[in-house]
Design a binder for this molecule. Structure first.
Ligand code: ZN
Ligand code: ZN
Length: 341
């Protein structure tokens, strides 16, 4: 689960490295546990006097914390996207590919391998070759990249996030965006509902809580406001990426097809792009359940590529998901971005 069992580090040292990578998750969990105690006990139970206000705040708080933790939990514990075995090169194939005397020979060999194995890859390297990972000894499916932290290739890799100790990729990208969204809702709700008491305590015009209790509420406001700002910018960026059907890696380096690089290569229009990640059942849209389209291996493209008729024939692909029979490759891996939230 998570990255723990697919860590590239081995032995006792690897065990400690894997354990250390859980520290950010522990930090987030501790902050949420403290905020629960400060909000429920010190704000709602010991400070708020009106029973109606108390009940309302407690209900809304528990709804937001539940959705937030469920999204976070699923981002942390969902396998980000394993590559099927059929993409793996046999030792003979690997020897031939690695032993090729020229780039052109290697390119031809890889093209032959994807045809023989009937691998649906449309992307290519900038040199026009099928993308393959030397470390994993496999052909990379479209939009898959090698994560140097996890030590493996991951389907539709977005980035490796230390705050969830997991890759954010095809299987958990929706959960990650919801985690940012509900995290923001949680922080804004706490900041707004504690603002009145924050001002009262700050101006010393309320008795009630003394000592530690007062500081819990002051910190509650400060911490939730601070997190709101960073979550807002991060969520805004990922909504922008989702609307354009782009991963963080693709925002930095446009996907390359037979016809060349195309930053909008997978874009199908704003509504269809959102549906690719969130699905088309409106009531499941905001729930932390998997509703993304597809299998993570093939993706509909803006322009279809027909290997029989030449590529980039200019035919616009509509919202319908379409199997692609072309191939693809790359040598650009190990691009691991971390979230600086
Ligand atoms: Zn790899
Ligand atoms: Zn990773």
């Amino acid at each position: 689960m998570g990255c723990l069992d697919i860590s590239p580090y081995k032995g006792l040292c690897g065990f400690w490295v894997s354990l250390f990578k859980w520290v950010p998750v522990l930090v987030i969990s501790s902050v949420v546990a403290w905020s629960y105690y400060a909000y429920v006990v010190h704000l709602c139970i010991l400070t708020v006097e009106s029973d109606v206000e108390k009940a309302l705040l407690l209900i809304l708080y528990h709804v937001s914390v539940t959705l937030f933790l469920a999204s976070y939990w699923r981002t942390v514990w969902t396998r980000p996207g394993d590559i099927p075995k059929r993409f793996r090169l046999t030792s003979d194939e690997l020897d031939s590919v690695e032993g090729s005397e020229s780039d052109e020979g290697q390119k031809r060999l890889l093209e032959q391998i994807v045809i023989d194995k009937d691998l649906p890859v449309a992307m290519r390297t900038i040199q026009g070759a099928v993308r393959y990972c030397e470390k994993c000894a496999m052909v990379k499916p479209d939009r898959a990249h090698h994560c140097s932290v996890c030590g493996s290739c991951v389907l539709k890799m977005d980035h490796h996030c230390p705050w969830v100790n997991n890759c954010v990729a095809f299987n958990n990208y929706k959960f990650f965006v919801l985690f940012l969204f509900y995290g923001l809702v949680y922080c804004i709700f706490i900041a707004l509902s504690s603002l009145k008491y924050f001002i009262l305590y700050w101006t010393h015009s309320v008795g009630g809580q003394v000592g530690h209790g007062k500081f819990h509420i002051l910190f509650l406001f400060f911490v939730s406001s601070m997190f709101s700002i960073s979550l807002c910018s991060l969520l805004g960026y990922h909504i922008h990426l989702s609307l354009n059907n782009r991963t963080t890696l693709e925002a930095f380096r446009a996907p390359v097809f037979r016809r060349g690089p195309d930053k909008e290569g997978f874009s199908l229009g704003k509504k269809a792009n959102l549906a690719e990640v969130f699905g088309d059942d409106w009531w499941k849209f905001a729930l932390p359940v998997f509703t993304s389209f597809g299998d993570g291996l093939t993706y509909p493209q803006r322009f279809s590529e027909d290997p029989e008729m030449g590529y980039g024939n200019g035919q616009q692909v509509s919202n319908s998901r379409q199997e692609s029979n072309t191939q693809d490759l790359s040598k650009d891996d190990a691009v691991t971005l971390v979230v600086q939230a």
